[in-house]
Design a binder for this molecule. Structure first.
Ligand code: BGC
Length: 373
């Protein structure tokens, strides 16, 4: 590079008459040299880019847990988060497809994708593969593509089993209890696994009088499903299987509006703050706590290494999941069932929520009664 920036002596001597303009030229060339030297060092310093594509905003975890934890871990690793391309698809698969295409056009070096639609997202992973961009399926599996490099999630069938088992315990002593099942979005592979796990426990122990798959995991749609079930069942419901805390909130709102008192046991998932408070107030029976920090951290660590073209630390991998096209090396974390009785030892001990966050003025008396201080 230096060679292209030098001016020969002979040229200087023979063109004395042109000295002023040559001096101008020298200044110009030197300035250009400096610029080009700076530009030359860019490829080494050029940052890699990570794209995080999350599925929706109605469920609290994505914006309040997944995104901040992912960013924090990247920052700890030395990544400058201005090179993080973040998008949330608001439960729209077509929007997510566009967001992923935009991230690839924007030269993302790795995609961390929590798909709205586990099947449709194969197109995204195939496109990424064609551009040699690795894809981490985050929380939800991407099915039917060989372009999925890693999968990080929880044991989702176990989530359903924990929910089903808790409901069975809550209904112990009742003869042929009648329940309503409010499952998650049929396009989410996790929802299919939660449902399978729950059925494996519930089927021979309770009467499932009504069952719904809830499009988009929408709490409003869950509320309408529960209203419809109550009308059909003449308000005779002994328990509700709700696949997550958002749908549990919808079902509980419908039962309160119908004047059902006391409320029957209702399951949930995500350990959302509102759900923890409902558990203390006796409106929801349980939730499933999935520690999002280790999940987001593991994704950030793999993404950071892949982004920089370094060999990822694979020591946390603990399985391989078949997505219909390939066996995807996976990290599957363990979910924990939470009721009033182990709240302190789980979500509080883990600093997922603090006692101050849970025991606000409206819930103070419930906290005192449960010994949560
Ligand atoms: C996640 C849950 C979440 C649900 C709705 C599932 O795939 O695992 O934690 O509540 O989607 O967003």
């Amino acid at each position: 590079m230096m060679g292209t920036c030098s001016i020969s002596d002979s040229t200087m001597r023979s063109k004395r008459a042109l000295l002023p303009s040559l001096l101008t030229l020298v200044v110009f060339v030197l300035a250009a040299c400096r610029t080009s030297t700076a530009a030359q060092s860019l490829p080494d310093e050029a940052p890699c880019k990570i794209a995080l594509l999350l599925p929706e905003t109605k469920t609290a975890r994505y914006e309040t847990q997944d995104l901040p934890n992912f960013k924090n871990r990247l920052k700890e690793l030395g990544f400058d988060n201005q090179y993080l391309i973040y998008s949330n698809a608001n439960q729209d698969a077509a929007t997510q497809q566009q967001q992923a295409e935009a991230a690839l056009t924007n030269r993302a070096n790795v995609l961390v994708l929590d798909p709205v639609d586990s099947d449709a997202a194969a197109k995204i992973a195939d496109l990424a593969k064609s551009k040699n961009v690795p894809v981490i399926a985050y929380d939800r599996l991407i099915k039917g593509s060989a372009g999925v490099t890693y999968y990080i999630s929880f044991d989702n069938e176990q989530v359903g089993k924990l929910q089903g088992s808790a409901l069975v315990i809550a209904l112990a002593g009742q003869v042929h209890p009648t329940i309503v099942m409010i499952n998650g979005s049929p396009t989410d592979n996790n929802a299919i696994l939660f449902k399978r796990g729950a059925h494996s426990v519930l089927d021979d122990k309770v009467i499932i009088a009504k069952e719904y798959d809830t499009p988009d995991w929408s709490p409003d749609k869950a509320q309408r499903e529960m209203e419809q079930a109550l009308t059909t069942l003449n308000n005779q419901v002994d328990g509700v299987y709700a696949a997550n805390d958002g749908t549990a909130g919808g079902a509980i709102a419908a039962m309160k509006a119908a004047g059902i008192q006391p409320l029957p046991p209702v399951t949930g998932q995500d350990a959302e703050l509102a759900a923890i408070q409902r558990i203390l107030a006796g409106e929801q029976y349980m939730t499933v706590y999935k520690a999002i920090k280790p999940e987001a951290n593991a994704a950030a660590e793999l993404a950071y290494a892949l982004c920089r073209g370094e060999p990822p630390d694979e020591s946390k991998l603990n399985g391989q999941i078949d997505n219909g096209k390939t066996r995807v090396p996976s990290i599957l974390l363990a979910p924990i069932s939470v009721t009033k009785h182990n709240l302190m030892q789980t979500v509080v001990a883990d600093q997922f929520w603090s006692v101050d966050q849970i025991c606000t003025a409206d819930f103070k008396s419930f906290c005192d009664a449960a010994g949560i201080q």
